[in-house]
Each structure stands twice: as C-alpha cells, then as structure tokens.
Design a protein around this ligand. Sequence first.
Ligand SMILES: Nc1ncnc2c1ncn2[C@@H]1O[C@H](COP(=O)(O)OP(=O)(O)OP(=O)(O)O)[C@@H](O)[C@H]1O
Length: 473
Amino acid sequence: MPFSFDKSLLDNVDVGIVVYDKDGWVQFVNATHLKFSYYTYEDFQHFNTYDIYRSKVSNICLFDKAVKTKRPATAIQHTYHGRDDSSYDKLVTAIPILDEFGNIANVVSTFVDLNDFHTKYNTAQRESNITYDMSPSKKYQAQVIYGSGEMQRLLDTAKVIAATDVPVLITGESGTGKEVLANFIHNNSSRWESDMVVVDCASLPEHLLEAELFGYEKGAFTGANASGKRGLIEIADGGTLFLDEINSMPLALQGKLLRVLETQQVKRIGALKGKNIDFRIIAATNADLTTCIQDGAFRVDLYYRLNVMPLTIPPLRERTGDIIPLCKHFLSRAFKRYGKPKTLSPTAYQTLEHYDWPGNVRELKNFIERLVITSSDFSGEIHTIPPEMFGADANLSRLDRKPKASSLSLSQSEEKELNDIVSALYRSGGNRSLAAEQLGVSRRTLQYKLKKYRIKVNMEPQVYIGETPAAKE
Ligand SMILES: Nc1ncnc2c1ncn2[C@@H]1O[C@H](COP(=O)(O)OP(=O)(O)OP(=O)(O)O)[C@@H](O)[C@H]1O
C-alpha cells in the first residue's frame, strides 16, 4: 500500500520546506517557512521565486542554480527582512526533481534558520557535557570548547564586548586560547563578514614587521616590491586586526601603532599621505604589560589605548572543568584525522584533570593526539595514562631527536645552535617561552631562530626542519 499522509504534518518539522514547479511557482510552503518569512501564505500563492529574488529580500536564488545545473545546490542565504524587520541567515538546499525525460519537474527547497540551529546545537551538546559556542561566520567557525563556569563567564563578557568596537587586550599564558578568544569576539561582532588579520609580533625582525604591518610605496627601500605593498593594517580594513604577542613589538613600532590608533589612518613606508582605515584592534600578550612598562619595553600610552577592555584567560589548571570537554573534542578530532576511535576511562580523565598543563590547551591538544597515535589498539578505551607520557623526558625517549637538517646547509656552530634549540624545545614539551628561558635568549630571539632554521614546533612527536608537511591546523 502506498504511503499517504496529510501534507500539514510537514508544518510541524523544524525546517522550512517549499516546493516549486519547474517555472518557480510555489506549489507548497510549510508553516515553519512562513513563520520566518516576510511573505504571507497568500503572497506565496501568487509569487514566483524569481520575484522574491528580484525584490532583493534574499541575496541568492538557489532555485535558478538547481534548475540550470540539474543538481542539488546548497548555500547560506541572507534574508534581509523578517516580519519583525530583522534579518536571518538560512542554510538553503534546493533539490531538482527530474521527470522521466530528465527535465525539471519540481524543485524542493529546505530552509534551516541558522540562529535556531546554533541554539539547538548548543543545547544538545551541553546535554552531552560539551558546549560548542559557534559563531555565525560563514568563513570560519571558531569553536570555543569549554565546560567550566570560568570560561562561560569569560565568553559572556566577550559577547558583550564583541558588540562594541573598542580595543580589547587579552592576557593569558601561552596556549590558553587567546587567538581562539579573539576569533570568537571577531565572529560575534558586526565585522564578522570581513577578515580577522592575525599578526604574530614575535615572529618577525623589526624591519620586516614594520613593512608587513604598514606596507610600503613602490621603491620605498632596496629590495621592496616594485609595485609597493599593502600592509596588514590596510588589509584589516572593515575587519579586525589581531596583534598576538604585542609585548614583543619593538618600541619604535609601538609609537607608530599608537598614531594609527589615534588617527585611524595608516601611512605606508615612503608614503606622503595617510589613508583612512576602519578596523577593530584586539591585542594579546602572555607577559604582564605593566612589568614591561616598568622595564621600559612597552609604552604606557599604548597600554592605555589597548587596555580599554581587558580580558584574562585563566590557565587550564585553574579551569579544570574544561579538561574533559576539551579531551572529548580532541579525541574526536584525532579520530577524524587518524581513524582511531578512542575513548578515555574515568581514571584516565581523572589523571588528566590532576595534571597542571603548563602548556595549557595547546599541550592538552597535542597530548591527546600523541596518546591516540601511540596507543597500540586501533579502537577502545584507554584505561590509564602511562606516567611517562607527562613531562619532557618521556618525550625525549619516544622521539626521534636527530634533527633532519638535510635541506639546510649549516656551519658547525649553526648545527650546534640548532641542536641546542631542538633539545630545549623537547625538554620544554614545545613551550617556546620555557625553551627560550632554558637557552638564555628572549622569546623573540628564539622565534627568529625558529624561522631561520625553518623549525616548525607542534609539540607532537616530531619537530620538522626544512620542508614542513602541510600545515596541520
Ligand atoms: N577553548 C578552546 N577550544 C578549542 N580549542 C582551543 C581552545 N583554546 C585553545 N585551543 C587550541 O589550543 C591551541 C592554542 O590556542 P591559541 O593559539 O589560541 O593560544 P594562545 O594563547 O594564542 O597561544 P600563544 O600565546 O602561544 O600565541 C590552538 O590549537 C587552539 O585551537
């Protein structure tokens, strides 16, 4: 017996459904779609999908795409006016239905309201003890995984701050998630459709950092690109500029940055005139800037400019409620990457909750990955964490310590320096600040050497030198 059912049952599903005929005339629309729509049921009876598109209520006509390609089409559709004059982002899928001759008979479209989706998704995840706070960005879904009250409060504040345009200064130990938080703010701000440009102030020597940040006019200096270059501040126009490790920015550049913030104008190196730029600044530091000021390494006036909205991310050991959700998240990432479905026993979780994670979330992430890679079973529960997994010596015994420097031609002293750096990195479990301390150099100098020797540190069982494999993140 063929199935038969009352079409009004489809009014109860939580996605919008519209059925069109081959010319775009609406043949069916369910109540869910009407609820979020600018138009009434009567409107739909006289409307053609092309009229809706032409009226500019929606920015995209997927019906047209599905008809032309005879293939399902999916996109995020921005609908500019809801009944209450607000706007919605919807995930729309249009599926062409072909007749026996392969011609379009109908198109069935489904509409998922993304705000509603995120709310439900968060609730569902919370119930399984993990919260994914996803931002509405089309380009980059910054996932902040957490489970602790500390992080919940921080994100609540960050959301409020995101709605403003004031500078934000994020402080926290290395690996706590400062860039992740900056992304969360950007994605929750009105600038989310533009880019967040990330600049690591510690990774470039002063002259390069200046050229990267401010750009230059043609012929500004020897070796400059003949046609000049846009700086990263200019590229952040309309979006957010994230300055990581702002504490490493040389004093001269700090003065220039301050001028940009005061005038909202950037002047390329060699340019006579400045250009108006509209960007939001978020800076991050893992050093105490007030100490840097006392040491004469940071300008107090820039500090006050940046410190309008200070946010501090606590180290992972002070928000242990995040450890289990983060572990579950990283286990599922490792499963996607290595195909090994692994879980941890309550005892294993307890062990991880009691460790103090000096390298914070980054260390936990790499630890879980290492745990999955090195576990001999393909699947199943990991009952106990071998104690030697923690700490530097465990790393040293497991890892191939001999640097593969074949693609670099190094002098004897350089080779020794390279070996010292690699050893220090292993001893510190990949923490660059600790490694720099052990080597007796500044973090900035270490950063520069890492570039020089093309060392990529992932705190994973390998340190790549020379040609690195494809970026892992
Ligand atoms: N709450 C979180 N949810 C998911 N991933 C996280 C979270 N916090 C940090 N991470 C991950 O941990 C790693 C380190 O995070 P991030 O780079 O944001 O830290 P950071 O504080 O900016 O570090 P650094 O001071 O060294 O620049 C990244 O791989 C990031 O994806």
